[in-house]
Write a protein that binds this ligand. Structure first.
Ligand code: EPU
Length: 418
């Protein structure tokens, strides 16, 4: 097992570069399965989820090769399988995007029910509803989701909940289907738009990505393309919060400031000073952080994937803060670990009340999922003394070289094998 060990109370100063967006990359790689030719994907993050997804594509018959860490060449022409088994997909939630892309390419797909971070029930009924509306027969057997549709047809699909996964999966299946597909009540997250841009560059006809209604006119062929993935909104936000909690002054480069607006607004309320340019944000922490309230929502609301990190920040602010989690049913399971570092947090259902100005002291803790792990790193940076974070592998699922980036900003953090 690998651990991250942090010696807290060192303010962060300097500049940090943000990698490509995990949640765009994990949709774009499965989308490349449908290309008639080679895809070259740039600005991929060097994280565990990407290597796992590449292994799955290779097992399906694709030829994948990395040119450095951040560029991947995918040749899907030799893919001859449409099944992805549990041993490959259990740790990566986004493997469900292979349902949409394999269904589009072969008219059939079998993918084991996915794994990923565990924060309560993670149904895929809206994905299935979309495929069925397009004429697919979908059932679950021996832990596999099996979808068959020799003649996938366009349809109008209203999503009962705004779902990133269902929106992207239906979009993937629809690009090679016959006729027009309309997704109503669609998710608007930046990675939905990025996936649509990638598909459009390949020759798809998608309009409206980034709005509530996405319209896809089916085409018969998708070409291989060279595409650069957008910067990671959540990685950027994690560093913004890390700068704020340590009383530092950091510039976060290679980002899209507009994607950061929900967090920027909150950091301003907490008294941080923020300046921004075309592709960077600088966060200057105040002498004393003020409390605030946050409700997580679908984009452009405050992202649920920054909720644990924000909870950590609130532990160090002055006054009482409230976070309401509106996206995931039980995404506060991690708070007991923050409490071990001194966090004063009370959870009632979907609401956490955080009493600020807690006396934060280092302790041995464990990451229970990706963003919970990031929250522990953030609180560990502010806590007095040594924090040992077990299960660092969860953090590696979404953050490239987190200890190197934080060290370059002045944090005292190392990785050890236990
Ligand atoms: N939902 C349904 N039925 C469905 C699909 C979703 O009821 O068929 C519900 C979920 O239970 C949840 C809500 O809809 O309450 C939103 O789920 P969504 O489908 O949007 O989530 P996802 O696609 O499984 C992606 C990200 C998550 C992020 C959520 C919300 C990827 C690979 N994962 O998950 O990211 O929390 O959107 O923004 O894109 C992370 O990066 O740490 C992470 C967990």
């Amino acid at each position: 097992m690998e651990q991250l060990i942090i010696e807290g109370e060192h303010p962060l100063y300097g500049e940090v570069n943000i990698n490509g967006a995990k949640n765009a990359a994990v949709a774009i790689i499965p989308a490349a399965v449908m290309a008639n030719g080679k895809c070259i994907i740039d600005n991929l993050p060097g994280i565990e989820d990407i290597s796992k997804l590449v292994d799955i594509l290779t097992k399906l018959g694709a030829k994948c090769s990395f040119d450095g860490i951040h560029r991947l060449i995918i040749d899907s022409s030799k893919i001859d399988k449409y099944k992805a088994y549990y041993d490959s997909v259990r740790e990566i939630r986004a493997s469900y995007y292979l349902l949409g892309s394999l269904l589009g390419r072969f008219g059939r797909a079998e993918v084991a029910l996915p794994g990923g971070c565990n924060f309560g029930d993670r149904p895929i009924d809206q994905h299935i509803k979309g495929f069925e509306a397009m004429g697919a027969e979908v059932y679950i057997e021996h832990g596999m989701v099996k979808a068959y549709a020799p003649n996938l047809k366009g349809a109008t699909i209203y999503l009962d909940v705004v779902s990133v996964g269902a929106t992207i999966n239906i979009m993937l299946a629809a690009v090679l289907a016959k006729g027009v597909t309309t997704i109503e009540n669609a998710a608007k997250e930046p990675h939905v738009v990025d996936t649509a841009n990638f598909l459009n560059m390949m020759g798809a006809k998608i309009k409206g990505a980034g709005t509530d209604v996405i319209r896809i006119v089916g085409v018969s062929n998708l070409e291989g393309v060279n595409y650069t993935i957008i910067p990671d909104q959540i990685e950027a936000g994690t560093y913004m919060i890390a700068g704020a909690i340590t009383g530092g002054d950091i510039k976060i480069n290679n980002i899209i400031p507009k994607h950061m607006e929900p967090l920027t607004a909150k950091l301003l309320e907490m008294n941080c000073k923020i300046t921004e340019g075309d592709d960077y944000i600088r966060v200057i922490a105040p002498k004393e952080l003020q409390s605030t309230n946050v409700k997580t929502m679908v984009y452009p609301g405050f992202p649920t994937d920054l909720q644990p990190q924000m909870t950590a920040l609130m532990c160090a602010s002055n006054g009482t803060s409230v976070i309401t989690e509106n996206v995931w049913e039980s995404r506060f399971q991690y708070v007991n670990e923050l409490k071990r570092l001194g966090g004063n947090i009370n959870v009632e259902g979907r609401v956490a009340v955080i009493e600020g100005k807690a006396k934060l002291t280092g302790a041995e803790v464990k990451a229970t999922d990706l963003r919970a792990g990031a929250a522990l790193v953030i609180l560990g940076l502010a806590a007095q003394g040594k924090t040992i974070i077990n299960n660092a592998k969860f953090i590696d699922r979404g953050y490239e070289k987190i200890e190197d980036k934080l060290s370059s900003l002045g944090a005292k953090i190392i990785r050890v094998k236990k």
